[in-house]
Design a protein around this ligand. Structure first.
Ligand code: SF4
Length: 480
């Protein structure tokens, strides 16, 4: 799906305001791309390579939307593209190494096809050590920009195309929220909607507040307008996105909480399902739990990262809650929404975490229906990176395996309990592994593949679970 934009007047000079300014540059680039196509006799192609989280994936939808609007087509692989962009992640060292590895492979490609434009953007670029390395060792990269100025891709690309010089623009500070630029969606019936950007929490291991800046919330009227236009375009499920959605509204002129926003979204006609992520336990209010309970379109699911179970580790992580607080929240959620699915993030191997007894205790008591489990990755510039008691990797691996084993055992048990029962499922599309099947998700976010007609895609159907696996279910459409 792809949203286009209204006519732009390129005869009255460069607009000062956004998004008109970027729409203006998109028009200018259209002419350049047209010329190139006439010269080469083929379509100009782009390739967007996304690393990292759902926020980055959503940012890439905006990058792709702008590039399609400029006139680029999509390349199937990097080595067919005339414009290649990496939207990078720096949350773990692995993700950074992958970017450098891929860049190394692009060097000979650029040598062979010097007209190819290579751009890097996203979280990694907000670190000066990275931009210094790019400038010194990867001088064939054409455009470098960060997370605050993603919307400025058209202007930066225009500058590169017309000057032939490398363009590097890294912004810091508060960062402007620019609405109404072109965007694409990868799913027809579900979409992500940013409700806020940045994070103020400074968990001691996390680089995000340094690279995505302080929290900035979008105005509720802009969020509602975007969701209404998505509904008009056929979307029936939205996921409200932010690093910490529970603190939505801080800094806005209008006083509004995330719970109130959820109720407003619930009132939009045509929306069938509402999801949100991510929630920080310290900000999960009773008001939000009651809104989840009362709003029928809000899915019975919450992603509530707990990271570690030991109170001393949680304090050193700067998480502002204890194991008991977290388990209290789980209890309150289940009291109010008995069928809720709770998923989480768990980090193993934070400095000083020699055993995971408390983490295992939370896993057993909270009974998560899914968890992202990670090994702690040292991020330079964060307080945890200079903590002395870094744990021996062999001990971390052993602890990680026991955490993963316990998470998987409980997921499998919960999935087995679903066999024979009927659940509402949004049929999202054809199953990637078997095109006779459809794939979708239960309200609690469990993935299911089921037998059903392709005409059901986009609707909510009743599915009886026939088999369970650790990470997904199998089922059959149920005629009720
Ligand atoms: S809440 Fe903590 S872990 Fe999440 S983005 Fe903010 S600082 Fe990072």
């Amino acid at each position: 799906m792809y949203t286009t934009h209204s006519e732009v007047d390129t005869g009255s000079g460069v607009p000062v305001k956004e998004p008109q300014r970027q729409l203006y540059y998109i028009e200018l680039i259209k002419d350049i791309i047209n010329k190139k196509e006439n010269e080469t006799g083929r379509k100009q192609l782009m390739y967007v390579n996304t690393f990292g989280c759902q926020m980055n994936a959503h940012d890439s939808e905006k990058l792709e939307g702008m590039l399609l609007e400029m006139g680029y087509g999509r390349a199937e692989k990097e080595t067919e593209a005339d414009f290649i962009i990496y939207n990078t992640c720096c949350v773990r060292e692995n993700a950074e190494n992958k970017v450098y590895g891929n860049l190394g492979m692009l060097k000979p490609y650029k040598k062979k096809k010097p007209d190819t434009i290579i751009a890097l953007c996203g979280c990694m670029m907000q670190q000066s050590s990275v931009t210094d390395t790019i400038r010194s060792k990867y001088s064939f990269v054409d455009i470098v920009f960060g997370t605050y100025n993603l919307y400025r891709l058209p202007e930066l690309l225009y500058s590169r195309l017309t000057s032939g010089e490398q363009v590097c623009e890294i912004m810091t500070g508060r960062g402007e929220i620019v609405e109404n630029l072109p965007s694409v969606r990868h799913f027809r019936y579900k979409a992500s909607v940013n409700i806020m950007y940045g994070c103020d929490n400074f968990c001691s291991y996390c680089i995000v507040p340094y690279v995505r800046g302080r929290e900035r919330s979008r105005r509720p009227e802009d969020i509602i307008a975007e969701i209404k236009s998505l509904v008009a375009d056929g979307v029936c499920e939205v996921t409200l996105l932010g690093q910490n959605v529970n603190s939505y509204g801080k800094g806005l002129e209008e006083k509004i909480s995330f719970a109130e926003l959820l109720r407003l979204v619930n009132d939009i006609d045509g929306i069938k399902r509402i999801r949100f992520m991510t929630s920080h336990p310290k900000d999960l209010s009773d008001e939000l739990i009651y809104a989840m309970r009362d709003c029928k379109k809000v899915c019975r699911h919450i992603h509530l990262p707990f990271q570690a179970g030991n109170n001393d580790i949680l304090r050193r992580m700067n998480r502002h809650y204890t194991k008991e607080d977290y388990l209290g929240l789980v209890e309150k959620l289940r009291e109010n929404i008995p069928d809720i699915g709770i998923t989480t993030d768990i980090m193993v191997g934070f400095p000083g975490e020699y055993n995971v007894d408390d983490t295992l205790d939370i896993i057993r008591k909270a009974r998560f229906s899914g968890a992202f489990t990670f090994i702690y990755s040292k991020r330079n510039g964060t307080p945890a990176a200079v903590m002395e008691d870094q744990v021996d990797p062999a001990a971390v691996k052993k602890n990680f395996d026991s955490v993963l084993g316990e998470v998987n055992r409980i997921c499998a048990e919960l999935n087995l309990e679903k066999v024979g029962k009927v659940f509402e499922v949004l049929a999202e599309g054809v199953c990637g592994q078997d095109e006779r099947l459809l794939s979708g998700r239960l309200e609690d976010n469990t993935l299911i593949h089921f037998e059903g007609d392709h005409s059901l895609i986009g609707s909510i159907v009743n599915v009886r679970v026939t088999e369970s696996r650790i990470f997904y279910l199998m089922g059959k459409q149920e005629d009720l």
